[in-house]
Design a binder for this molecule. Sequence first.
Ligand SMILES: NC(=O)c1ccc[n+]([C@@H]2O[C@H](COP(=O)([O-])OP(=O)(O)OC[C@H]3O[C@@H](n4cnc5c(N)ncnc54)[C@H](O)[C@@H]3O)[C@@H](O)[C@H]2O)c1
Ligand SMILES: [Zn+2]
Length: 673
Amino acid sequence: MEEVERLKELTKSLHWHNYLYYVKNKPEISDYDFDILLKELESLEAKYPQYASKNSPTKRVGGDITRKFEVVNHNYPMLSLANTYSKDELEAFIERCEKGLGKSPEYICELKYDGVAISLRYKNGELEKAITRGDGTKGEDITNNVKTVRAIPLSISGDYPDEFEVRGEIFMPLDAFQRLNESRLEAGEDTFANPRNTCAGTLKMQDSKIVAERELDSYVYGFLSDKQGFIATQFEAYEKLNNWGFKVPQKHDNKVLVTDKPQEIFDFINYWDKNRGQLPFEIDGIVIKVNRFSDQEELGYTSKTPKWAVAFKYKAEEISTELLDVIYQVGRTGAITPVAILDPVSLSGTTVKRASLHNADQIEKLDLHKGDYVFVEKGGEIIPKVTKVDIEKRKGRNLEKINFISQCPACNAELKRVEGEAQHFCDNSLNCSPQVAGKLIHFISRKAMDVEGIGAESIEQFIHAGLIKLPSDLYTLEFSDLIKLERWGEKSVENALEGIEKSKEIPFQRVVFALGIRFVGETVAKRLVKHFGDIDNLISASRETLEAVPDIGPRIAESLRNYFDNPLHIEEINRLRSFGLKFQVEESEKKLENAVFEGLNMVVSGTFTSFDRNELKALIERHGGVIKSGVTSKVNVLVAGENMGPSKRQKAEGLGVEIWTEQQFLERLDRRD
Ligand SMILES: NC(=O)c1ccc[n+]([C@@H]2O[C@H](COP(=O)([O-])OP(=O)(O)OC[C@H]3O[C@@H](n4cnc5c(N)ncnc54)[C@H](O)[C@@H]3O)[C@@H](O)[C@H]2O)c1
Ligand SMILES: [Zn+2]
C-alpha cells in the first residue's frame, strides 16, 4: 500500500504548492517539477480511483481566492488547460481530436502568455466586471485594478452583443519588470523574482494607483456569449475582438496560426522555442486549440480542462556549472547582496558568469558549498539565478559550506539585519566607500539630479582624489580642482562645472529622490512632494502624518523618520539648500501635476465632440504627453475621432499602436490622482 500512501502525500503536497503559487505568489518548486508530481498523482489515481479525493489537484483548478476582494460566481466555468512537455503526447492529442470528430479539424496555435487569467464581463459595450479565475466556479472581483491595464478597453465600439465575456491573460512585460526591479533596487528594496508572480501579486493589491504604475499588458484569447452563433471559429472571434479594441495576436508576426496540417503545428512550436527570447514578454509554451466552436462543443470538457485544447510547455532552460565563489556587493543603501561566481557557461545564447543569490536565507536554503555544481536558470531577470545544487556531483568531494559574512566586505563594520527583513545591512553609511560612491552616483544619475559632464567613473576619481565625499561637496568644486586630474582637459572641466551648476534647476521631487533615502523611489518622492510642498514640512512631519499620505506605509514612514532624525542629514540638506538647490515646489510645476500621459507619444486624428483638435493637443501636452504628427512605430497611442481615415487606423493596428476613442481618452484623463 506504499503507493496509496504516496497518492495521499502527493495530494496534500500539491494542494500546498497550489496555495504557495496562487495565493502567496511565492512558489517553492519549479513549474516543471510541479507538473511532474501532478502527472504522478494522475497515474496513481487511475490505478486506485477509490482513494482519489473529490477535490484532487488533478480535478480542480488551483484556486487564487484570498478573500481580500468580493467573491463572484462565474457565468461560464473558468478552466485550466491540459499540458504536456512531449511531442508524442501532442500527437496523441491530435489523434484524439480526429477520432472524436471523425475528421481532421482545423487547429489554431497561439502563444501561452505567462501571466494571470482574467475574465472580463461587458454589458452594453462597457467593461462591467473583471474576475480572477479563482477555483474555476467563482473568482475575485478585481475590476478596479484591471481598469488600469491600458490594453483592456473600458468601452468598445462596433457590432458587439449586449452581454458577453472575454477571457484573457494579464502579464507584466519584461521591460516593465526590469524597470520595476531597478527602481526597487534604487529605493533599497528587495527585487521581485519573476514577472508572472509579480503580476499576480500586483493584481491583488488594494491600491489601484500602484497597479496602474506597474505597466501591465494583456492579450485576450476567448469569447463567450449566449449569442455566440454569429461567430464560428476562434480566429473569427479574434478578428471581432480586434475590431472592438481588444489586443489579440496577429497573423502577420506569426503570433497566431490557423492550420489543418499537424506538421505546421510542430513548426510553430519550434519557431517560438527558438524565437521566444525576442518577445517583449514571457511565454511558457504554445496553446493548440481546435478552431471551430462547433467542433469544440462536440469534444467537450473534463472537470478541469477543455478536451479541445492543450498547452505544449517549454522547459525553462537551465544548465549546471561549477560554483567558484560567492562575493558580496554593498549597495548604495548599505544592503549586502551575495553573488555567485560561476565557471562561465553558455545559456540561452549568452555566457553566464554570475548569478544572483538574493540573500542569506537563499544561500542557506540552497545549502551551497564552494565547488558545488549548481543549476542556473534564466527567467525574466537581468542576471540568471541559481535554482538548486546538483547533489549527485557533490558525492565523494569534501566541500566547504558557504556561510554568509558577518562583517562588511568594504569597511569591516558589523552587519545588521532588521527583524523580518531578508537583507543584511552595513549601517556605516558615511564611511563605507561603496556606499559613499553609490550615493553620489545615484545623486548625479539621470532620473535624479541628471548632472551632465560627469559619470560614475568621474565620481570614483573625485572621491579618490579627496575632493568629494557628500553630494554637497560637488557644488564646491572649482576649475583648479579638476584640471589637475588625469584625463581632464579644459573643455571637459568646463562641461562638468556647467553640468553641476545646471543641476540646481532640477525640480524638488527629483531632489528628494536624489537624496537616496531608503525606500524613497521616484514614485514615493513624487507623492511626498505633492503632499508636503517643501522640505521643512517634510522634515517636521511625524510618523503618523507621513503614514496618512497615500502610498506611504509604516516602513517608508519609519525610513523617512530615521533619515531626518539624523543631524548629519539635516546639515547636508541645509548645505545643499545654501548652494541653491530646489527644496520646494515651483508654481509652474503645480500646473503640470497631473502628468497622466507622461512618456506617451500620441497622435490625434479625426474630429471630436468635446473639443477641437488643437484644444485636445494642448490638453495632452499639459498632461505630459508628446504630440506626433504621423503614425510610426514610435507612437504609443492614436486618439481617434470621427471621420478618421481608414488607412491611418490600419497602419496603427499593423504597428500595434493603441487606439483610443474620445470616450476612452476622457476616461484616461479622469484616472489621474
Ligand atoms: N511551481 C509551483 O509550485 C506551481 C504550483 C501550481 C501551479 N504551477 C504551474 O501552473 C500550472 C497550472 O496553472 P494553470 O491551471 O493556470 O494552467 P496553465 O497555466 O498551465 O494553463 C492554463 C492557463 O493558461 C493561460 N493561457 C495563456 N495563454 C493562453 C492562450 N493563448 N489560450 C488559452 N489560455 C492561455 C490561461 O490563463 C489559462 O488559465 C501548472 O501546470 C504549473 O506549471 C506551479
Ligand atoms: Zn560597510
